[in-house]
Write a protein that binds this ligand. Sequence first.
Ligand SMILES: Cc1ncc(COP(=O)(O)O)c(C=O)c1O
Length: 382
Amino acid sequence: MSKDYLVFGAPNIGDEEINAVVSTLKSGWIGTGPRVSEFENSFKDYVGGKYAVAVSSCTSALHLSMIAIGLKSGDEVIVPAMTFAATANAVIHAGGTPIFADVHIDSMVLTESEIRRKITNKTKAIIPVHFAGYPCDLDMIFKIADEFGLAVIQDCAHAIETEFKGKKVGSYPGISCFSFYVTKNITCSEGGMIITDSEEIANKLKVLALHGMSKDAWKRFSDSGYKHYDVVVSGFKYNMTDIQASLGLVQLNKIELFYQKRKLIWDYYQTELASLPVKTPMMVEDQLGKHALHLFPILIESNKNSLTRDKVINFLHERNIGTGVHYTSLHLHSVFKSKYNLESIDFPNSKYISDRTLSLPLSSKMTVDDAKFVADNLKELF
Ligand SMILES: Cc1ncc(COP(=O)(O)O)c(C=O)c1O
């Protein structure tokens, strides 16, 4: 039995992060300020994007993006059924209608046939989700977007390091939304980033993220003296603080180190679980791109044994191993199911995954010994 509970997706916080936060606290500037600008610049350079707007979460990033593309009541936005609720909620909060599409059974991302099947004359945008860090086919998505005049807002919550055909997904056109939630590949405790290639959209987002106050309103409290501001639109309180950004800056410096540590765990799981009746995550071929290795979701295929997913979760919990479920397909959640009359027959792959999936612990804080403990327990169970 492991001494300590193995937390699923544990954040990896070291002395540098603690010192950076303390130094920000001591600086006297703890709201939105110079560290946020520095984090925006560093993150933008990392993903190879043009403009960056730091916000309070990926949820707020997605919400603001929907508003920034001018989503109106009645507009439809295609989202995968296999994602976190925030992807669809963002559409609803902006007044639009999420149109749920089934995903590929292996890669768990949107497919061309499903996107095409869901397009109507009300479709305004597509939100591809790079599920677990697996790259969506961006050539296909941008081709469809061009053909039908749709906006593409990428949900990159799992995909900071994800590449498609040699380029980071955040460097593609349109808008990309990132998360720095506690379990993500790098964290600010809470936080998000919007990357876009449009200066106009970036400026709109900046204003919307801080009450709708004219750009650079945070400077009004700087040592250059009070500056009047104008509220030009009814905006939101979605800004990131310098405390969060100082954490993010240190984490961003460690992103490759963290990736290599997760890769050791990921590769270990792939090898050790190969002999078990579970389906491990699909790998990405080198010429296609790079997986961000955010989650390690396995499918418990109960036709091959008598164990259900929930029994496996409970067994692992009793052995001090934390897991997650990514996700219960959105069409099964009562709010979406009842509002949009959704039926499982329309989402066979998402339903299949949803019934069988569980995510094993994966974090740069883990050691291969921790992964061995997980694999040994699974082998014992099966
Ligand atoms: C796919 C996906 N989209 C959006 C979000 C929302 O991110 P945040 O918690 O930063 O708002 C998450 C969070 O887990 C997510 O997994």
